[in-house]
Write a protein that binds this ligand. Structure first.
Ligand code: GLY
Ligand code: MN
Ligand code: MN
Length: 286
């Protein structure tokens, strides 16, 4: 089984075609969900519009769709679908992490949308730029854990740009405060399973490389090879329980509570694309 798990990280032409088609289908759902959100539908109704557009029911989805408005967008695996209609007089944020399948192969796509919030739209734009710069680095020979580490530098850039943190760059880096806002991994292998198997496996014998202790949730530590398919999905969220951990550890002075309070009702952002590893990486989601 170790040999099989190791080999299946590199996809065949057929598998990449299936993953590409799963993306085409899922993007139709994302378009319909965005429209539903903008028109004031509830989370529950937005989910129904998504499913109707992809013509797949929830049991056919590679994972349970995440459809979060406002503060719900900061709940990482938010699994509820709120029935309440939106208050259309208030600005609103929307994070949707939703897929589709083609012959069993998964798409795993996250998008964010703003209705009337300039702050949230700016954050989406800035994160999208950072995420795309990371997608362009998904090349053979690159270690995924190194990409994850580089993403933390970009997240810290964003935290400074949006005045969510303060203090010297050296102190901010030493405190690892970017992990309070970006607590999950940069991405994972994608295939028949949404979190495809073998992300830590380093050889055919089943030896593994676990992530560093300070990045415990990183699902892939591999050196990338041509035709592996991975997700790139950085995020930035206001998660009070995590911010409290940094406050408790003596880093309260690094947090700008005024801007954090402004972002809290909008939750957070994540942008997620599916990328084929190559010298010119192929983005299946664009
Ligand atoms: N939708 C699950 C994930 O992004 O990993
Ligand atoms: Mn996802
Ligand atoms: Mn993912």
């Amino acid at each position: 089984m170790h040999r099989l798990h190791y080999a299946r990280a590199v996809k065949s032409e057929y598998e990449i075609a299936c993953l590409a088609q799963a993306n085409v289908i899922a993007l139709q759902g994302h378009e319909a969900a965005k429209k539903a959100f903008m028109n004031g539908k509830s989370e529950f109704e937005t989910q129904l519009y998504y499913l109707a557009a992809v013509q797949q029911d929830q049991t056919q989805m590679p994972y349970r769709n995440i459809i979060g408005f406002g503060g719900h967008s900061a709940v990482l695996h938010y699994q509820h679908y709120d029935y309440n209609a939106q208050n259309m007089t208030q600005p609103q944020s929307f994070l949707i992490d939703a897929g589709a399948q083609c012959h069993g192969y998964a798409a795993d796509i996250t998008r964010c949308h703003s209705r009337g919030s300039e702050l949230y739209q700016h954050l989406i734009n800035a994160m999208t730029k950072a995420q795309l710069s990371m997608c362009a680095m998904v090349k053979p020979g690159v270690n995924f854990a190194d990409l994850h580490h580089q993403m933390h530098h970009l997240v810290l850039d964003l935290l400074q740009q949006f005045n969510l943190v303060q203090g010297s760059r050296d102190e901010l880096e030493a405190s690892r405060i970017s992990s309070a806002f970006f607590p999950h991994g940069l991405g994972h292998l994608l295939g028949l399973q949404v979190h495809d198997i073998g992300g830590w496996q380093h050889d055919e014998l089943g030896n593994t490389q676990k992530p560093p202790a300070h990045y415990p949730f990183l699902r892939c530590t591999k050196a990338l090879e041509k035709n592996m398919v991975v997700t790139i999905e950085p995020g930035l969220y206001v998660i009070d329980s995590l911010l409290q951990r940094w406050r408790d550890n003596g880093f309260a002075h690094l947090l700008n509570n005024t801007t954090i309070d402004q972002l809290r009702p909008l939750g957070g952002v994540r942008i997620e694309d599916n990328i084929v590893v190559a010298d010119q990486p192929i983005n299946l989601t664009q």
